[in-house]
Design a protein around this ligand. Structure first.
Ligand code: SAM
Length: 238
């Protein structure tokens, strides 16, 4: 899989790609992540990527020309290599809210382009002509799309087959099958008088699985009853 991140602040994005699972996935060739600096696609002396908004008002807007040039260059390269670009994604607070279901769907793609906005956002013509999907990571506003892009990349990459040492780990994570995850414990068995639930030390895999399932259901009922309602709706539809 290949992911291209288009940004005005490439250094903000590069750091997290160098750690943990994202680094391992890249090193093992399971994902190829390229970061593109919008300023490299300017043609003026000052490498200007933003300008004042038409109609007045505060805040700057990312200009269309460098974004068109950058994304079209990525598209041309993909066409030469016979690659399919599945989606051009703009990270934006007014987009569709990103979920585990979307992460799972996107993890099956061949190539994705992620566009991070900044300031007041990108010129609307970029959204109209180039973007095929708009994603928000939640109902709050950040200064730029770089952190949201990394959130989306991390959620997708850990689902690519072979990235996690144990694939079943991702399958039991919260949201993957509509429930929250069960509590987890490690050694020591008793810490500051707090004991690990006896069932987890029993070695009885059936009992452990049943305990975990019950914990997942109870936690979901308490914290996210909306998820249970959604599960019931989908079960009734089938
Ligand atoms: N004027 C925009 C609005 O109100 O919808 C907000 C612009 S925001 C200050 C600058 C950039 O940060 C956006 O273009 C977007 O790329 C990114 N951004 C901010 N919050 C986000 C969120 N919740 N999800 C995804 N991207 C976000």
């Amino acid at each position: 899989m290949r992911i291209d991140i288009v940004t005005a602040f490439p250094d903000l994005v590069r750091g997290p790609l160098e750690y943990s699972i994202l680094r391992r996935a890249r090193m093992r060739g399971l994902v190829d992540i390229r970061v593109h600096d919008l300023r490299d696609y300017t043609t003026d002396r000052h490498r200007q990527i933003d300008d004042y908004p038409y109609g007045g008002g505060s805040g700057m807007v990312l200009k269309p020309e460098p974004i068109f040039r950058c994304i079209e260059a990525i598209q041309a390269e993909a066409a030469r290599q016979g690659q399919t670009i599945d989606e051009v994604i703009y990270l934006t607070p007014d987009g569709q809210v990103f979920t585990q279901e979307l992460a799972t769907r996107l993890s099956l793609c061949q190539q994705l382009i992620l566009l991070a906005g900044h300031y007041k956002g990108v010129d609307q013509r970029v959204r109209d002509a180039l973007v095929t999907m708009e994603l928000s990571i939640g109902d709050y506003v950040l200064s730029g799309g770089e952190l949201p892009a990394l959130v989306v990349v991390d959620a997708i990459v850990r689902l690519i087959p072979g990235v996690l040492g144990d694939a079943s780990s991702a399958l039991s994570d919260s949201f993957q099958d509509g429930l929250l995850d069960a509590p987890v414990y490690t050694r020591p068995a008793v810490y500051r008088g707090m004991a690990v639930p006896e069932v987890l030390l029993s070695g009885d895999h059936q009992r452990i699985a049943a305990w975990r399932e019950a914990q997942r259901l109870e936690k979901t009922r308490q914290r996210r009853p909306d998820l249970l309602e959604k599960l019931e709706l989908t079960t009734n539809d089938e």
